[in-house]
Ligand binder design. Structure first.
Ligand code: NAD
Length: 257
């Protein structure tokens, strides 16, 4: 399938899942806008390299997804948005009664409210273009819970709800809205947790991966950023025209437990 002529904005896409999804959309022919809150040469090089690799147009726009006006101005500055991937996200792990208020506020702002603001700015552009796809990167934690992740689980359940409302409000238009719910994906974020966990449990790397990280993932394998990107490309295909307001789990069986 070809996404040639479509433009995708992927929030939080200078690493991990966002960058992987951007590459798969570009491989399918979409022009891409990468984003994060930094503005380094490296950020702009990611867009340059993506453009070279896939022969599409790509640029990097700095915008802090914790700030409502920057979420909206990201879309406005892009000027066109056929595919919106709300991916930016952070995590903090602590019990509710010890959870820092500023961490709660930041997680709700970046993981949930940003998607409300970007969607509000993108829908008029999709309506003007006569086609649109909203793809929210939720999580297995949008469907299930774990202790010590109150803000993350609340935000991810919230984005699943926002996805459903977006789908209902656009149901009679050529626009769909869905959430992808990944299980564990070995991004830099997860990789960084492995050495400390090895020390904490006195385990080897492989044991930490199988018994701690993938404890709830029956396949005992990580999902990959390419698989998530492929799922996003599928949601942009004609075959997915009637798929709207739902979640697609890419979690090795986690939510079947
Ligand atoms: P990551 O840390 O590699 O990516 C997070 C991205 O968000 C980065 O590009 C970062 O720059 C960006 N970001 C953070 N704060 C931002 C801000 N204020 N403004 C703009 N961008 C900001 O981690 P990842 O694992 O690729 O996570 C991406 C998404 O996938 C998140 O929403 C996360 O919750 C979700 N997810 C990840 C996993 C996993 O196992 N890795 C599982 C389920 C869901």
């Amino acid at each position: 399938m070809s996404l040639s002529g479509k433009t995708a904005i992927v929030t939080g896409s200078n690493s991990g899942i966002g960058l992987g999804v951007a590459h798969e959309l570009a491989r399918a022919g979409a022009d891409v806008v990468l984003n994060s809150f930094t503005d380094s040469d490296e950020d702009h090089k990611l867009a340059h390299d993506l453009s070279q690799e896939h022969g599409v147009s790509a640029r990097y726009i700095k915008a802090d997804m914790s700030k409502p006006d920057e979420c909206r101005s990201l879309v406005e500055r892009a000027g066109v948005c056929d595919i919106l991937v709300n991916n930016a996200g952070i995590q903090h792990v602590a019990a509710i009664d010890a959870f820092p208020v500023e961490k709660w506020d930041a997680i709700i702002a970046i993981n949930l409210s940003s998607a409300f603001h970007t969607t509000a700015a993108a829908l008029p552009l999709m309506r003007k273009a006569g086609w649109g796809r909203v793809i929210n990167i939720a999580s297995a934690h949008g469907l299930t819970a774990s202790p010590f992740k109150s803000a993350y689980v609340a935000a991810k359940h919230g984005i699943v709800g926002l996805t459903k409302v977006t789908a209902l409000e656009t149901a009679r238009e050529p626009i769909t809205a869905n959430a992808i719910c990944p299980g564990y994906v070995l991004t830099q974020l997860v990789e960084a947790q492995i050495p400390d966990t090895m020390k904490e449990y006195g385990m080897e790397r492989d044991e930490v991966i199988e018994k701690v990280l993938l404890e709830r993932q029956p396949s005992k394998e990580f999902a990959t950023v390419e698989e998530l990107g492929g799922t996003a490309v599928f949601l942009c295909s004609d075959a997915a025209t009637q798929i709207t307001g739902t979640t697609i789990s890419v979690d090795g069986g986690w939510t079947a437990l």
